[in-house]
Design a protein around this ligand. Structure first.
Ligand SMILES: Nc1ncnc2c1ncn2[C@@H]1O[C@H](COP(=O)(O)OP(=O)(O)OP(=O)(O)O)[C@@H](O)[C@H]1O
Ligand SMILES: [Mg+2]
Length: 487
């Protein structure tokens, strides 16, 4: 048995045993390094590990690069972001177009940009050569009703969506006009932003640029009245501001204009009085009368006279609901008179809701009353209502606080006719004889208090500088008004 144990197999086992014992009892480090060396000796593993390591190193490198580019960017560049809802958005767009157009035409002092240095020397001519032009423009079309009822369309060009480069003085500015995917649900228009980027060293140009753009906007508005139309639940300026209509150009019966102006001026001076007593600081006026008696024209001229803008809303406009009217009246731009035309549309639509609870897409009488009562604002609120049909005027509407003053603008009186004659023929009727003949004919035909100032204006415009023509045409005017020519 023992000789068996000392056999070659047992010897081999004895030789192997200490080795095994060494391996199991040996230190773990060695085992670890063994494992490591086994792993590193494995070509498949080393290839994977190497790749992963390389990827991690690359990623770290990329992140580092991005971080340092960001840092560099933050150090070297400066951004300004303007959103569409900001007041400056539109005037900035218009300024950029005007500025680039002036640059392209080689002008160096255009309105609103007094600081633009006149270029001289080779450097400036080089800069001028590389000054980028705007190649992607967008057309902005505005369509609306003028206060005199006529339709008007206005077109303007502004920088389109995308990237543009602008040179302002010696600074180059990257401009990115971006449209968001999200929509402003109230107006149905997408959100938009303009981002302007320039070198940090040129950061001061933004202040100058914005004040130039603001100055240009102000210059465009100087002596002008901004007309706002409703756009969904918001007010939007309709095209470019209009030249103020002189108040003298609207001829109302003697003393009427003065009475309204006096009332409104007293109201504007009494702000503290209203606020101290907790009375809503608002004043309402109702002008009624036949078509063409100067209601809208007078309110527009009045806005110009008081240096106010005007927000026009037609109450008979389809789709104008009580809610929309209410919202619109809560966000009237500052220093703006609200003109609610066709107030009778609401008189006719007295019901609040039909049997199905549907209010309809027009303003109801109670909706108008609620909107007039509206939330009190610290800013003055001046509202003018106009109507041709005042028969159904409800006492609830003319309650003080809603409508404080009701004025009738009637057909042209003799006094108004004379005034209008003077405005049109003052240069040609030097001895006043033309006016005498005209007034005699007016009396013969019984036209005083029966023709509108608008038709009188039409007659004078047709016979510009031709007094006899105007006198001669009175017969036709009388016939068209059902008056009998007794001559
Ligand atoms: N009293 C007036 N003085 C000067 N111009 C007038 C006068 N009335 C009307 N006009 C002229 O007639 C045109 C129409 O006037 P306007 O639109 O102001 O009338 P309206 O009373 O508002 O009419 P509607 O009731 O149809 O809205 C305008 O071009 C305006 O210049
Ligand atoms: Mg009108």
């Amino acid at each position: 048995m023992s000789s068996d144990c000392n056999g070659p197999v047992a010897q081999a086992a004895q030789v192997a045993a200490p080795q095994l014992a060494t391996a199991t009892a040996g230190d773990h480090n060695k085992a670890g390094s063994g494992l490591f060396s086994q792993l590193t000796d494995n070509p498949f593993f080393t290839a994977g590990f190497g790749l992963a390591g390389l990827a991690a190193a690359l990623r770290a490198g990329q992140q580092g690069l991005r971080r340092s580019t960001d840092l560099l960017r933050r150090r070297l560049l400066v951004d300004v972001e303007i959103t569409r809802n900001d007041e400056s958005y539109q005037w900035l767009l218009h300024w950029i177009t005007a500025y680039q157009r002036a640059q392209a035409m080689g002008q160096h002092a255009i309105p609103g940009m007094p600081r633009q240095p006149a270029p001289s020397g080779t450097l400036s001519s080089l800069i001028n050569k590389i000054t980028p032009r705007m190649h992607h423009l967008q057309i902005q079309t505005a369509r609306a009703k003028r206060p005199d009822g006529a339709d008007e369309t206005r077109l303007s060009l502004v920088p389109g969506q995308g990237r543009h480069i602008l040179r302002y003085g010696n600074a180059f500015i990257a401009l990115n006009r971006q449209r968001d995917k999200a929509f402003d649900m109230s107006t149905g228009t997408p959100f938009e932003t303009i981002t302007m980027t320039t070198l940090y060293a040129h950061r001061n140009v933004f202040e100058e640029l914005f004040s130039d753009a603001h100055r240009l906007a102000q210059e465009m508005h100087e002596g002008k009245t901004i007309i706002y139309n409703s756009w969904g639940p918001d007010w939007k300026p309709f095209g470019q501001p209009k030249r103020k209509r002189p108040i003298d150009s609207v001829i109302l019966e003697r003393g009427v204009k003065e009475r309204i102006l006096e009332d409104i001026r007293a109201f504007l001076e009494a702000r503290a009085w209203y606020l101290d007593r907790g009375i809503p600081y608002r004043r309402g006026y109702l002008l009624y009368g036949s078509p063409g008696t100067g209601k809208s024209s007078f309110i527009l001229a009045l806005a110009g006279e008081l240096d106010f803008n005007i927000a026009i809303l037609n109450l008979s406009e389809p789709g104008l609901t009580d809610d929309r009217l209410n919202v619109l009246l809560t966000k009237v731009p500052p220093r703006t008179i609200v003109l609610l035309e066709d107030a009778d549309a609401a008189f006719n639509n007295r019901t609040q809701a039909d049997e199905h609870g549907y209010r309809g897409a027009t303003v109801t009488f109670s909706g108008l009353l609620n909107a007039l009562d509206g939330v009190a604002s610290v800013d003055e609120r001046i509202i003018f209502l106009t109507t041709n049909h005042v028969q159904s005027l409800d006492p609830a509407l003319v309650r003080p606080g809603r409508v404080d003053m009701t004025v009738h603008l009637g057909e042209a009186t003799e006094w108004q006719i004379e005034q209008m004659w003077d405005r049109f023929y003052v240069d040609v009727d030097t001895d006043g004889l033309g006016k005498q003949r005209f007034m005699t004919r007016i009396k013969e035909l019984g036209l005083a208090n029966s023709i509108s100032t608008a038709s009188l204006q039409g007659l004078f415009l047709y016979n510009k500088d031709d007094m006899d023509g105007a006198v001669g045409m009175l017969g036709d005017l009388a016939k068209s008004h059902g008056q009998v020519d007794i001559r």
